[in-house]
Each structure stands twice: as structure tokens, then as C-alpha cells.
Design a protein around this ligand. Structure first.
Ligand code: UFG
Length: 320
């Protein structure tokens, strides 16, 4: 297929673009490099440096579909600057959808998030559970999911939303290139813990030890970037005109912050000092996905659900 990958110079978008190229698709990456890196765009993909609102100038009727990753994705920033999230994530996506409609491009795979659910009533979370986002980031992604349902019903779009839980690890492409996290502002747990093992930070701060969980720290569902990326190729094949499908993507197992730090100590052989910090506002105690729907309907399965493997791949990918 001929495909546009928006945000394809970012961590997740570049890994998916690499798998698409490896599968024989013709890929164009669109990215404004506001948070991505030009050298993350896989060899074999064309690259256009432009914002999402300029997608109309890149698309044409020969495109078969779009994989849409371009977005702002920091929960804390979204609380401080909500309009940035509404304009980029919702406004940008609406411009993209209109451009797709103008050119008759009928397939889209959308990068959604567990943050659409907010504080869950039960765990594991299924796709039919209530969506009550607790921050503008989650709200903007949920608004796009709602728009996709409308566009599918009204305009015959074939859409799939993938709701990611905690994506981590690194993907090594067929040519040996490594696709890993490289955020200028790093807020995620695993890269922050590994930075301590590398001597780039003194200690990891554990954000709260008084949650209603077995060890008092938050529990999350970590999914390997390789498994996550593979789901996008299945989703692309599953786009059906007039339908919008939503799938959770996680490994189905929860690990606490303390357990993640322990695994990082094992993998790196470093003592990794940890200090107890305040709770981070907006963090739910437990977020674990039921990925039963995507397993049943698309035949997806997490191949690297082992947290040691996820951490080991993230560790090996860090430039020394
Ligand atoms: N944490 C720490 N110390 C740190 C960093 C994180 O204790 O230095 C804790 C957090 O409080 C949280 C857990 O580690 O309990 C995981 O935090 P991350 O920031 O790695 O991930 P989140 O679960 O907050 O967020 C992820 C994605 C978001 C998405 C969200 C969905 O990064 O984009 O899942 O719930 F919105």
C-alpha cells in the first residue's frame, strides 16, 4: 500500500514506519520535527518536514491510507497548556481527516491512548468501559476517537484506533537500525530509571508510595514497542469502509513502579538509588489493559510481554 505516516520521526511512529517499509509498503513520513528526529525516519521512507495541517499538500488520491501519530503527548504539559493539545491533537487531526476526504483516502489507523479511560472502575480495562479522561491530553485523543466514528458513519472512512498502555523498549529493524525513545523532556519511568544506571541522574523519584496497590506504588501495563508496532500492520488490514474499531494494546500484566525499578537493577547490575517523592497529579493507581478484543478479532499477541526483555532492549539501545 501507499501510506502516509504522520509523526513518523517520533519513537512509536518511526518504529511503525520501519515495519511498514520492511513489509513492502511505500511509506511517506510527515513530521514537523517539533519532538521527532529526522535521523529516526527509516531508510526507504520518503520524508516531508511539515506540520499536520499541511497534510493536504502531501496526500493525493494514489494514497491508500494514513497512520496518524503526530500529536502532543505529555499529560503534565496538557494540564498547563490545554489549547496546545486541543489545537494540535484535535484541530490537526480534523484538518488531516478533511484532507483525506478531499483526496478520497479511506483508511486511517490512529494512535489513541489508555488516558481516554481516566481513573478506571475495574481492571483489566476493556474497550466498553467508561471513558472519562482526567487531563486534556486524554480528552483530546478521545475527541478524535469520537470524530473518527462520525467520519466512518458519514463519509465511509475505515478507521482503527489503538489505545496504547505503557509503551517501552526498543525495536531493532531488519537492517539493524534501532528505534528507541529519545525525548528532549523525558517523563517516562523506564528511561528515567535507566538514566540513573548510566550516571546521568542521581536517583529515581518514586511518585507516591501510598496508592491502594500491593506495594503502594502505581501499577502499569508495559508493552514492547515491537509488539505495539506489529499491531498497526494488522489494524491497517482491518480497516473497513464505514467502520471505526477501537482496540486496547497492552501486555495484560501490571507491574508496580517498585517492580520496574527492581527489574532495571537486575538488567543493569546497578544499585539505582530511589527516593520517595510526592504523587504526580492525575496518575491513576492501576492501569492494566484487556487486549482480548484485538487478540480475538485481529489475531494479535504480545510476543515480548516479559518486562526483563522490555527493559533489556531499552537499556541496550541507549547511546553510551
Ligand atoms: N513514575 C515515577 N517516577 C518517574 C516517572 C514515572 O514514579 O520518574 C511513575 C508514574 O507516576 C507512573 C508510572 O511511573 O505511576 C509510569 O509513568 P510514565 O510516565 O512512564 O507513564 P504513564 O503511565 O504516566 O503514561 C503513559 C503514557 C501516556 C499515557 C498514559 C496512559 O506515557 O502518554 O500512559 O495512561 F497517557
Amino acid at each position: 500500500m501507499k501510506l502516509l505516516v504522520t509523526g513518523g520521526a517520533g519513537y512509536i511512529g518511526s518504529a511503525v514506519a520501519a515495519q511498514l517499509v520492511e513489509a513492502g509498503h511505500e511509506v511517506t513520513v510527515l513530521d514537523d520535527l517539533s519532538t521527532g528526529h529526522a535521523d529516526a525516519v527509516p531508510a526507504g521512507a520518503a520524508f516531508v518536514r511539515a506540520g499536520i495541517t499541511e497534510a493536504g499538500g502531501v496526500l493525493d488520491p494514489s494514497f491508500d491510507g494514513v497512520l496518524h501519530f503526530a500529536a502532543r503527548s505529555l499529560v503534565g504539559e496538557s494540564v498547563e497548556k490545554p489549547s496546545l493539545y486541543w489545537s494540535n491533537n484535535l484541530g490537526g487531526t480534523l484538518a488531516l481527516l478533511e484532507a483525506m476526504r478531499a483526496h478520497g483516502v479511506r483508511r486511517v489507523v490512529f494512535s489513541s491512548t489508555a488516558a481516554t479511560y481516566g481513573e478506571p472502575e475495574r481492571t483489566p480495562i476493556t474497550e466498553t468501559d467508561p471513558t472519562r479522561p482526567t487531563n486534556p491530553y486524554g480528552a483530546s485523543k478521545l475527541a478524535v476517537d469520537t470524530a473518527l466514528t462520525a467520519f466512518a458513519g458519514l463519509h465511509g472512512l475505515g478507521a482503527v484506533s489503538l489505545r496504547y498502555f505503557n509503551v517501552a523498549g526498543a525495536y531493532t529493524g531488519a537492517d539493524g537500525r534501532v528505534y528507541a525513545e529519545r525525548h528532549a523532556v523525558e517523563t517516562h519511568l523506564i528511561p528515567n530509571v535507566l538514566a540513573v544506571a548510566l550516571g546521568r541522574r542521581e536517583a529515581v523519584s518514586v511518585f507516591g508510595t501510598d496508592y491502594p496497590t500491593p506495594d503502594g506504588t502505581c501499577v502499569r501495563d508495559y508493552i514492547h514497542i515491537d509488539d505495539l508496532a506489529r499491531a498497526h500492520l494488522l489494524a491497517l488490514d482491518a480497516c473497513r469502509p464505514g467502520e471505526h474499531k477501537i482496540y486496547n494494546l497492552g501486555s495484560g500484566t501490571g507491574f508496580s513502579v517498585q517492580e520496574v525499578i527492581s527489574v532495571c537493577r537486575e538488567v543493569t547490575g546497578h544499585p539505582i538509588p530511589a527516593v520517595v517523592g510526592e504523587r504526580r497529579p492525575g496518575d491513576p493507581a492501576v492501569l492494566v489493559a484487556s487486549s482480548e478484543r484485538i487478540q480475538r478479532e485481529l489475531g494479535w499477541k504480545a510476543e515480548h510481554a516479559d518486562l526483563r526483555r522490555i527493559v533489556a532492549d531499552a537499556w541496550a539501545a541507549i547511546p553510551r
